[in-house]
Design a binder for this molecule. Structure first.
Ligand code: MG
Length: 117
């Protein structure tokens, strides 16, 4: 069973992702509400996969991705994006993001992105 850390400032998004992932048999080991907390939780929990929202107050998803990949160059980080974030997506690819999930979440696209990790 793969462990997952969910990083998202939206409580609704976190709950939605957790439900989808747990139903599919993933072990959601933690949640964080911003990029700094996401990085701290990553170091503490060392999950197999991180789902990382891009837009968050304070340390955003791109900065958190950078911190995580600096800590572990093999970290698997899936970015959560919204419409109109093409530049951010390209930046995330540059810093090692391996998959993308677009909001609003659709169960099948969430699960296929996680499966590809
Ligand atoms: Mg957000």
């Amino acid at each position: 069973m793969k462990s997952v850390l969910i990083v998202d400032d939206s409580r609704t998004s976190r709950r939605f992702l957790r439900d989808i992932l747990e139903r599919a048999g993933y072990n959601v080991v933690g949640e964080a509400i911003n990029g700094q907390e996401g990085f701290d939780q990553y170091v503490k929990l060392v999950p197999d996969i991180v789902t990382m929202d891009i837009t968050m107050p304070g340390v955003d998803g791109i900065e958190s991705l950078k911190l995580i990949r600096k800590n572990n160059p093999n970290a698997k980080v899936v970015m959560i994006t919204a419409a109109g974030q093409k530049e951010k997506m390209m930046e995330a690819v540059k810093f090692g993001a391996i998959e993308f999930i677009t909001k609003p979440f659709m169960e099948e696209s969430v699960l296929s992105a996680l499966r590809r990790c």
